[in-house]
Design a protein around this ligand. Sequence first.
Ligand SMILES: [Zn+2]
Length: 332
Amino acid sequence: MTRPAACLLTTTMLLIGCMNTTADDERTDRSSSEQRPFIEIEVPPTYHVLGSYDPKWESYIREGIEMARAYWGSYGPTHVWIGGREDERAIDDATREAFIEEYCRWRIAETERTTEECRPYVTERFIDVIESDQPEAYLSWVDEKEQPEAELVFLNVHEWYHEEEVVPDPVLRGIHEYTHVFQMAFGTQPTWMMEGGAVFAESWLVHLQGRRPLEFNLSRIMQRAKSIRDTGLTIADMEDIDTAPEKVAGYHMELAYDTGAWAVAYLIHRSPGRSVARYRDEFHPMITEIGWRKALARYLDIEDEQAFYVAFERFMERPREEQVMILSELKP
Ligand SMILES: [Zn+2]
């Protein structure tokens, strides 16, 4: 199965710049400027779907997003853009036009952008990707409006769907990306904590619903995390994907997503009460207040983040049964 390319695309998404900028350049923006966070907001996410895409894909994504929103809280403002094609047929003109128009109306509002700038941008970022039949899921952070808004993009998610799976993958994509909306309502977190937290949430939330044991995905994820142990790289190398050297970036998936998910599980297990809800309710506001390094130290009552890294490395060396055991000791 193709590894989901779900990612967090933190970018100022300048319409003009974006046309000619690589993803790497866009990501650099994040390191150089402090992000204005998303806010707690009662209004639910607004869903926008390409007219010709089977509505069942929206239903799965919505199910995941709503599951995550019910758990983490309601943040945003959030707009969800969904599109795809299953039959390799070109998207007809009217459907394409309606999508482009709807997108640009939202995207240029409250900005000095024009429709002329927006049209080629949406064509490249959405229509061309849909017609390439490649799946994509990511959050992008739209900072040009008065209040930054979250844009969750899901394209061709049917490519990730496998009938035999108890929880359809597009549901997990929805959980994952919405978890980033929650995280980004607080202060900056290291890459391993962002991606690890989102991957952990995928397993945690479906586990809470009794649909799949917590270790179902996480034990497979541990296997992948262990597969790169001989590189000597650790999550300490994955604090910021934007500035990570090429060698580290090459193991982005294994370090940020796989090892990161276990680092978050371990963090919660080491915390008072071992409670995931406390991680949500106390740890995240603490990040806003004092920054993630101090928050981590205070929350776990340890000296600094280095002490966490050392302890986590020891945990990664323990036998698999012991590692999986901590999952059963986590509390809601
Ligand atoms: Zn992600």
